[in-house]
Ligand binder design. Structure first.
Ligand SMILES: NC(=O)c1ccc[n+]([C@@H]2O[C@H](COP(=O)([O-])OP(=O)(O)OC[C@H]3O[C@@H](n4cnc5c(N)ncnc54)[C@H](O)[C@@H]3O)[C@@H](O)[C@H]2O)c1
Length: 312
């Protein structure tokens, strides 16, 4: 069995551990600075196995060195934004957490493929890439699968068709600056624009951009976790089972889409090598400028990290 570590046993982490165990993707190690939370949730998940019929081992630890020997690591450790906290405060707090986690992964799990979930997503994934020194194939971020899943949900609901038949592709940063590609969003191959008038489609795009905030407003005490966890596990499955799924992921760009030295959402093929190929699409002038705006936002976050210039 492959070893999957999930760092951060909070809402997203514990749900990812559950989905990974249910899919029997591997044995799961749940790690959290709150040792009891990691161990308690792991034991609880293990005890659900006989009922749910999964045969994965689930273990918890308060020691980050427990990631040793992992084939794949999902990083969800981080603080949620609290009232009164600025975007920059959150970025700095989560960067401190990700630095420590990345150093531990570099030292104890040097062969792992890493999927980051912690926000601000594109910036934290970049930080993890820089600190581990891993090749870009082995450090990817989860955002596009979630954004496109939200988009697919709303489209299916609007058109009155099964979500199974709705495909969508989004580019760009997570959330506000997401760039949906309507031409590539279809119902069984038929562009969604054939089913939904432009003004209504624009509203659905906006609801998708605000998808995270919509859930925060409802929950009051936290942010979305089932769909985010399911998204990270879908990426993990494509890698561990070498399925070569083509999914929107945050990938390190090295000239693709005319951009360099940042993470941004693009379509990519995920297989046993991790992020194996970035698929480059022809973009319209509007899509290009939306992507450039998105990249600008991410660059701002990266400069807030105040890292030494990249040496590779
Ligand atoms: N990329 C996305 O689309 C997406 C979607 C949802 C959530 N998120 C992000 O994922 C992160 C986790 O969200 P959540 O709802 O699970 O939060 P949560 O507060 O429920 O869980 C976070 C966990 O991280 C743990 N933690 C903190 N520092 C740690 C460290 N150094 N080592 C190990 N564990 C540590 C905490 O103890 C806590 O249990 C947040 O940053 C959130 O914004 C991203």
């Amino acid at each position: 069995m492959p070893k999957i570590s999930v760092v951060g046993a909070g809402n997203v982490g514990a749900s990812a551990a559950l989905y990974a165990a249910e899919a029997e993707l591997g044995d799961v190690m749940l790690v959290d600075i709150m040792e009891g939370v990691a161990k308690g949730k792991a034991l609880d998940l293990l005890e659900a196995g006989p009922i749910r019929g999964y045969d994965a081992h689930v273990e918890g630890s308060g020691d980050i060195r427990a990631v040793a020997g992992s084939d794949l690591i999902i990083v969800t450790a981080g603080l949620p934004r609290k009232p009164g906290m600025s975007r920059l405060d959150l970025l700095k707090a989560n960067a401190d957490i990700i630095r420590g986690v990345a150093e531990a992964i570099r030292d104890h799990a040097p062969k792992a493929i890493v999927i980051t979930v912690t926000n601000p997503l594109d910036v934290m994934t970049y930080l993890l890439y820089r600190i581990t020194g891993f090749p870009r194939e082995r450090v990817i971020g989860m955002a596009g699968v979630l954004d496109s899943s939200r988009f697919r949900t709303f489209l299916a609901d609007e058109i009155g068709v099964s979500v199974e038949d709705v495909q969508a592709m989004v580019l760009g940063g997570h959330g506000d600056t997401m760039v949906p590609l309507l031409r590539y969003s279809t119902v069984s191959g038929i562009p969604v624009e054939r089913f939904i008038p432009a003004e209504r489609l624009a509203e659905i795009v906006q609801r998708t951009r605000d998808g995270g905030a919509e859930i925060v407003k409802l929950l009051q005490t936290g942010s979305a976790f089932y769909a985010p966890a399911a998204s990270a596990v879908q990426m993990a499955e494509s890698i561990l089972r070498d399925k070569k799924r083509l999914l929107p992921v945050a990938a390190y760009l090295d000239g693709e889409y005319g951009l360099r030295d940042l993470y941004l959402g693009v379509p990519a093929i995920l297989g046993s090598g991790g992020m194996e190929t970035i698929v480059q699409l022809e973009l319209s002038p509007e899509e290009k400028s939306a992507l450039a705006r998105s990249a600008e936002e991410v660059r701002k976050g990266i400069s807030d990290l105040a890292l030494e210039p990249a040496t590779r």
